[in-house]
Ligand binder design. Structure first.
Ligand code: AMP
Length: 277
């Protein structure tokens, strides 16, 4: 497995190494089985697989969250090596954003004005900037993302529609702990009690999905919010949307494609999750 820290070296290697398809998995490191499930999918369907590890400062609206983001490079590299990944790109901030970097415009419309958008100002713009740069360097045939970050998947679709129409996007299911808690790099910041509490987030999503057809959507949301606040869990948002259009729902969608999404804080750590039903 090759390790590159400069885009120029990665580009040279990619130009000489690849005959066949390139699969790409962008990450911020602190890898877990959820990330590796994306890499496995990429390895199964591409000749060359590149994983990037870059904690993108532009997508952190909260400086404390950026400062506390876990860094576990040695463990990450060991996991990637055994997954069959071919190359890892671990750039510096300067390698991703050189001095002459221009801002990439992208109209996100309602993606920016609901849920993660207003709660993390500038976050999706930062995601757009880093992915535009990474896609321009790696030039993948396929790029792999987790449905855990559902709204991000929609943003990536918008980015590719405008700038990279030839990249095939593959969205992979959320890997969970046996408790139901979605695997996340941020879970490392939780105490053992925090991990137990965090599993209630998934339970609250299930409560909404299970209420489908039994009570109005607004009552199902209130019931789940009360369940979480009774456990002292601060909910930033809990809402249902149409998983195709990503418009917020006021009523259950009769044709299916409902998704319930949440952001909540456990021990000051912001966690997100969602469930489609
Ligand atoms: P991150 O390192 O958090 O930026 O995540 C890198 C990629 O891994 C993103 O596409 C995430 O959606 C995906 N991912 C994170 N957690 C999970 C999970 N539990 N299951 C599947 N994919 C995940």
């Amino acid at each position: 497995m090759k390790i590159f820290r400069q885009h120029s070296e990665l580009s040279t290697w990619l130009a000489s190494a690849t005959a066949g398809d390139t699969g790409f998995v962008p990450t911020m490191g602190a890898l877990h089985e959820g990330h590796i499930s994306l890499v496995n999918e990429a390895v199964a369907n591409n000749t060359t697989v590149v994983v990037s590890i870059f904690i993108n400062p532009k997508q952190f609206n909260n400086p404390e969250d950026y400062a506390k983001y876990p860094v576990t490079e040695a463990e990450d590299l060991a996991m990637l090596k055994s997954s069959g990944c071919h190359a890892v790109y671990i750039p510096s901030v300067e390698d991703i954003y050189p001095e002459n970097t221009t801002h990439i415009p992208l109209l996100l419309n309602h993606l920016e004005s609901i849920l993660e958008g207003p709660n993390r100002p500038g976050h999706f713009d930062g995601v757009v900037q880093v992915l535009h740069r990474l896609f321009s360097i790696v030039k993948p045939d396929r790029a792999y993302f987790g449905l855990k970050d559902f709204q991000q998947c929609k943003v990536v679709q918008a980015l590719c529609k405008q700038y990279f129409p030839d990249i095939q996007l593959i969205f992979c299911p959320t890997l969970r702990e046996s408790s139901g808690l979605a695997k996340s790099s941020r879970n490392r910041r939780l105490s053992s009690q925090g991990l137990v509490k965090a599993a209630l987030i998934y339970k609250a999503l299930k409560m909404v999905a299970d209420a489908h057809g039994h009570m109005p959507l607004s009552s199902a949301i209130i019931q789940s919010e009360r369940f979480l606040s009774a456990q002292d869990i601060r909910v930033e948002y809990l809402a249902c949307a149409d998983s195709d259009t990503f418009e917020l729902s006021e009523n259950w969608n009769a044709e299916g494609h409902n998704i319930v999404l949440i952001a909540a804080y456990i021990e000051h750590v912001r966690l997100i999750d969602n469930l489609q039903f």
